[in-house]
Design a protein around this ligand. Sequence first.
Ligand SMILES: *Cc1c(COP(=O)(O)O)cnc(C)c1O
Length: 401
Amino acid sequence: MEHHINGIALPNEAGFFGEFGGQFIPPHLKEAMDEINTAYEEIRHTAEFQNELNDLFKNYVGRPSPLFYAKRLSEQLGGAQIYLKREDLNHTGAHKINHCLGEALLAKYMGKSKVIAETGAGQHGVALATACALVGIPCEIHMGQVDIEKEHPNVVKMKILGAKLVSVTQGTATLKDAVDSAFEEYLKDPKNYIYAIGSVVGPHPFPKMVRDFQSIIGNEIKTQANERFGQHPDYVVACVGGGSNAIGAFTAFLNTPEVKLVGVEPAGHGLDTDKHSATLTLGKPGQIHGMACYVLEDEKGEPLPVHSIASGLDYPGVGPQHSYLKELGRVQYETATDQECLDAFMTLSRVEEIVPALESSHAVAWALREAPKLDKNIKIVVNLSGRGDKDSDYVAEKIGL
Ligand SMILES: *Cc1c(COP(=O)(O)O)cnc(C)c1O
């Protein structure tokens, strides 16, 4: 039921969420995507797949992740009660492991010989390398040479985990070029290879599959909220880059209108500058990476350069389901600036001794801003998508510690 809204399937047979989503790709690639979709729909309902994935979630990732009442923080703010959904406590430190395990397992069940992906800052690469090694399938990660030099710890981790790392030197040697390079490799043999997308983006069926694997977050929130305070939360809040942790947290509540859903985008240096990544807030409907969605683009339809203090959030597109939920008005999309995000990072670290990822700090920033305006019995669940170890050096330098 949660994959419908107002009686409309999310997505429909052709992979559309309203006018968003779909497959804007060449015919040979469409064939490969359709094959993945058919296999996914067959495999995902089998007891064998379900049992193996659930066992990994429980005994490897450590699910369910706790729902923690941030009592000190809530009392200090003097308004609504803030609860943290601790995806940062998952093995590998973020929500990404949820869909990477799903994708790696699907690849194994489909008999694929190699999983291919690109990575920007390396977070998707590390989660995928982990999942593939565990499931026992070779993994090849394409990464821009510039990013390789910047993200040393993640590069080393991927190598230790046994992934093949391909350094991309074409173009600007960053994420966009890594995507092109990884796709080129995938198209050499789409029958035997599979591409593992790192968020709820790209052509159908990826926005659906990644959503399904992440929806465990919201399912757990629903159960935990009931156990803890005997009702649904009043708000569920999450940061939005491509949108996977947010859609994971929201899905269980889509048809429960009394639960307000809030997605927080990066306002970077400010919405009135050209240094932000607020795709849903300031973009318009367009196409990118094989899907229709909100896009930040120039007059010629070229994606604009985007910026966020959190490297996991700077993407000029956004998941098609979020684009649709915005049009429906079911989710409220807000923003937080780099500065608010730094403040939230430090506040949560100092008040609750939990160091959030800079990505997650956007959702925390919204809660810090809004909680004081709300009544004391209101309950806000913030999805803490990842831990901030990877960002600590940067923040310490930035604020002069
Ligand atoms: C990658 C990442 C994100 C952004 O991705 P979504 O698909 O928007 O969830 C958010 N938080 C963390 C910790 C990440 O690693």
